[in-house]
Write a protein that binds this ligand. Structure first.
Ligand code: PLP
Length: 236
């Protein structure tokens, strides 16, 4: 498949999200497009920014920090950290990101809260849920979400915004929807048990399951390939 230019692929991604929201009979401003720029050059981030994109997601900490230095002039980018995080690397996330989606244990949350500089707004966090219960995958198992959310909601320098998941790949729309519906249900339960927390975010939906995710209530869809093209060894 030949790569198309970024202005076109970004416009297509926006149109896909728009259509998915229409079909789900949801307000058109109900979900935000997060552009997942991991492995992609800053030149493409600049192009997307010039076209109005503001939320960017990165997975690899050092790569993200290097890009942030090069893009320091674009000071209203909203940076989301969406990859796994080791506890000895929390400080850089606390200091340089607006959001993290991959919290799956209290130790990481505690450290981020302690390390979040006081001149910045509290760090927005989502708990990553291993919704398909894959042994090899990160994320808290569904049974443990409530306990972790309860603890994370008490931390002074964090804002518990919602849940994130990367479900196992599935072939049909129905099969894609099932775990996404489960994540949505977990968020609804949390909203009841933690009414004081600003729980407004379902981070789900990627290039292959955007439509299913929007049907199930996604508010933050994380698109990489659909915007920036395939990631690979050649053009990485
Ligand atoms: C890479 C990545 C994405 C984007 O995936 P695509 O299939 O390229 O859209 C979304 N979320 C996370 C957590 C990722 O690591």
């Amino acid at each position: 498949m030949m790569d198309i230019a970024l202005p076109e692929s970004l416009a297509q991604a926006r149109e896909r999200l728009h259509q998915a929201l229409l079909e789900a009979k949801r307000p058109l401003n109900d979900a935000t497009l997060l552009a997942v720029s991991k492995t992609k050059p800053v030149s493409l981030i600049r192009q997307a920014y010039a076209l109005g994109q503001r939320a960017f997601g990165e997975n690899y900490l050092q790569e993200a920090l290097d890009k942030q230095i090069e893009l320091a002039d674009l000071n209203d980018i909203v940076w989301h950290f969406i990859g796994p995080l080791q506890s000895n690397k929390t400080r850089a996330v606390a200091e340089h990101f607006d959001w993290i989606h991959s919290i799956d244990r209290l130790k990481i949350a505690n450290r981020l809260s302690e390390q979040r500089p006081s001149h910045l707004a509290p760090l927005n966090i989502c708990l990553q849920v291993n919704i398909s219960r894959e042994a090899s995958k990160s994320g808290v198992i569904p049974e443990d979400v409530k306990a972790l959310a309860y603890e994370a909601a008490q931390l002074p320098r964090l804002r518990l915004r919602g849940l994130m998941a990367i479900p196992a790949p599935a072939d049909t729309l129905e099969a894609q929807r099932k775990p996404l519906a489960e994540l949505s249900h977990l968020l609804t339960e949390l909203q009841t048990t933690l009414p004081q927390a600003p729980l407004d975010t379902l981070s789900m939906g990627m290039s292959d399951d955007l439509e299913a995710a929007v049907m199930e209530g996604a508010t933050l869809v994380r698109l990489g390939t659909a915007i920036f093209g395939a990631r690979g060894a050649v053009n990485s």
